[in-house]
Design a protein around this ligand. Structure first.
Ligand code: FEO
Length: 397
């Protein structure tokens, strides 16, 4: 199939990875894409490459538009391997001495990945380059989400090559956003929650800065998922909202269970929260992937975590999730913990201290129950749920 045109003279020559299901710990149930863009002008430019195993396919796609040897230079917006893995092979094909334009930190990071054999050409932030009829503007976006990340803006077509920003891990034959497709925003939200949440302050400042520069954006070309052409403001508005990290009147109860005691506690806590009129999601760690749970955490006000005590500590699945959540730095949250135990009962204390380390305000020391909860224990869990629900409601008064 011939690569599709994004706008006249710009083609998406990237590849679809239908089969990937784990993207460094993020569940990609719909696969993903590694987008790369061919700009056909007086100078022919390739923007980004693809994950190394897909390089042959990328070169095939380019060949359907132009002989790769005619490409004049490459722009690397980001050094991570899903966009730069194909770089050495592509450069061998198009000409090893041709320039690879990148940010200053991109040069450093590409050298760390690929050594000295390529003609790295660092560009200044906000510098411009013409390719003939088009003018390109380079915008550094440090830590969105790597130090080397940058955007390339096509001034002529009002088109933003946004690297990882505004992406989705979503494989589809459709190249453009369908405004009626609600699942698209679910994928975009999951992507934000698991990749960009910790950089929310930088996202907010970047959007403000781009708005301040008065740059009109008709099309956003991310390196993953569909291109925002029909309604680019939909994703910009969503990023503006998500970067504020303002929670909803919502709670999540995240837990694992060993002999069905902690799950009974979870059920009662969920019932108590729900009876206070708060939207609550029970999330069993062996039924929901950590990256889907993180998406639910992103806009929840209360994060309640339950674990049995196993060998004087928390369950491995709970430890996994707490480590993952800590790295993504959720903000503006309250929480507490619960769990059953046999003889030592450290889990509640360990979870509380992990939540506090993340800056989550504890609304209660939590509930722990020996072996199997009786009616009084379950009443205590229900009361804990009510207390959490009331605290969520109080934060919205
Ligand atoms: Fe899609 Fe940061 O790589």
């Amino acid at each position: 199939m011939r690569p599709k045109e994004v706008v006249k003279g710009i083609y998406n020559v990237g590849v679809i990875d239908w089969n990937i299901r784990d993207f460094h710990g993020y569940s990609t149930e719909k696969g993903t894409t590694y987008n790369a863009y061919l700009v056909m002008d007086e100078k022919i430019v390739l923007i980004d490459t693809v994950k190394a195993p897909f390089t042959k396919k990328l070169l095939e796609n380019i060949s359907k538009i132009v002989d790769p040897k005619q490409i004049d230079f490459l722009i690397s917006n980001h050094a991570e391997a899903d966009h730069s893995g194909g770089l050495p092979e592509v450069m061998k094909e198009i000409g090893i001495d041709k320039p690879v334009y990148c940010s200053k930190l991109g040069e450093k990071n590409l050298r760390r990945h690929f050594g000295e054999g390529l003609n790295y050409q660092p560009v200044e932030n906000k510098s411009e380059m013409t390719t003939g009829k088009r003018k390109l503007l380079f915008l550094e976006t440090r830590m969105l989400h790597w130090p080397d990340s940058m955007f390339t803006y096509d001034v002529t077509d009002k088109l933003l090559f946004s690297s990882d920003a505004f992406g989705q891990h979503y494989a589809s034959q459709e190249m453009f956003d369908d405004p009626a497709d609600t699942s698209l925003m679910d994928h975009a939200k999951k992507y934000y929650a698991n990749i960009l949440l910790l950089y929310s302050d930088k996202v907010r400042k970047l959007i403000e800065a781009v708005r301040g520069m008065g740059i009109p954006i008709d099309t956003i070309c991310p390196d993953h998922g569909v291109i925002w052409k029909n309604n680019p403001s939909r994703i910009i508005d969503a990023y503006t909202t998500w970067s504020e990290r303002r929670p909803l009147k919502k709670a999540v109860v995240i837990y694992d269970t060993m002999w069905n005691s902690t799950v009974q506690m979870a059920d009662k806590i969920v019932a108590g929260i729900a009876d206070e009129g708060v939207d609550v999601r029970p999330l069993h760690l062996r039924s929901f992937h950590r990256s889907d749970i993180m998406t639910e955490v992103m806009d929840a006000k209360a994060v309640v975590v339950g674990s049995p005590t196993l060998n004087n500590t928390i369950y491995p699945t709970v430890a996994d999730f707490l480590t993952y959540m800590k790295g993504l730095r959720p903000a503006n949250k309250i929480g507490t913990s619960f769990g059953s135990y046999g003889w030592s009962g450290e889990a509640v204390k360990i979870i509380n201290s992990a939540l506090e380390e993340m800056g989550i305000d504890l609304v209660d020391p939590g509930v722990k129950v020996q072996y199997v909860p009786d009616k009084d224990n379950l009443d205590e869990c229900y009361a804990l749920g009510k207390k959490i629900g009331q605290a969520v409601n109080a934060s919205f008064e």
